[in-house]
Every structure is written in structure tokens, then in C-alpha cells.
Ligand binder design. Structure first.
Ligand SMILES: [Zn+2]
Length: 151
């Protein structure tokens, strides 16, 4: 079973993890289900040649095509979306709150709390009380918006 982490375009199969060689978006063919164009999501270099992950613009089905080193098509495989395990495993807090909608953050946290949460993420000096107050609201934020903040 092949799985693609759509966020960082890593391919998982048979216990292996492949980083993309390129993430160019090219037309790679047509969907066998709905005849809409397939666009590439990522290209992977393997010892047998190439693997190309594509998604159908119509039904959003993902497939993985295998090519030999001279780009002769060898076959298609089903491709499933993987959980974004990469970022979870690395325990990255750097994304912090910067990718959350401002309106959501401002609905729960005060400007001072947000400022100090950002400072904490960047490793700068911050006011502890503000971060403590913010942390006490993480549960509320999760309840409202379904996102667990980890700062
Ligand atoms: Zn399709």
C-alpha cells in the first residue's frame, strides 16, 4: 500500500519513506474513472526508475505511476492519503499559531497573550503570566475550533 503525505509530499510504502525529488505539477495522463486530467503532486527517484504521485482534478482520486529509468510506463498503483506523520513525529512547535486564522485566535486570546505565544515559539523573551493565561485557554480553543495548540 502506497500512502502520500499531502502536506510535505512524502511517500510511505513497505516501511520506507521517500522524500520527493520534485513537486512539479504536470499533466501526467487521464483518470481511468472519470477521464479528467491527472496532475502530478510529486516525483520520487527509486532504484527501479521513477514513481509519480498524481491526483485527478475531477474525482480527486490519487494514483502512483511507476516508470523505468527511461520513462517507460510500468504500471499504476492506488495511492492513499497519509496522516501528516512527519510533522507530528518531529514534534515541531515552530508552526505554532502562525498558520491558524487570526479571527479564531483573537476570539479566545488577548493581544498580549498572542504576542507572548509568538515570542515563546520564536525563542524570544516573553511574559510568563501571559503564556500561563493563554495555556489555560487551550482547551477552550480546541473545543471551539478543534485545534490543539502546543506552545
Ligand atoms: Zn477521476
Amino acid at each position: 500500500m502506497y500512502r502520500l503525505d499531502q502536506e510535505n509530499k512524502r511517500l510511505f510504502f513497505g516501511g520506507r519513506k521517500l522524500e520527493p525529488h520534485s513537486v512539479e505539477g504536470n499533466v501526467t495522463g487521464f483518470c481511468s474513472d472519470c477521464d479528467v486530467e491527472l496532475s502530478s503532486l510529486a516525483y520520487f527517484r527509486v532504484s527501479e526508475g521513477w514513481l509519480v504521485a498524481s491526483r485527478c482534478g475531477g474525482c480527486e482520486r490519487m494514483i502512483l505511476s511507476r516508470y523505468d529509468p527511461s520513462w517507460s510506463w510500468k504500471g499504476d498503483f492506488d495511492l492513499e492519503a497519509a496522516e501528516s506523520v512527519g510533522s507530528a513525529n518531529e514534534g515541531s512547535k515552530t508552526s505554532g499559531i502562525s498558520d491558524l486564522p487570526k479571527e479564531q485566535l483573537e476570539a479566545v486570546f488577548t493581544p498580549a497573550e498572542l504576542r507572548d505565544m509568538e515570542r515563546c515559539v520564536r525563542g524570544e523573551a516573553y511574559t510568563r503570566q501571559n503564556l500561563y493565561r493563554a495555556r489555560a485557554k487551550y482547551e477552550k480553543f480546541e473545543r471551539l475550533f478543534g485545534v490543539r495548540i502546543d506552545i
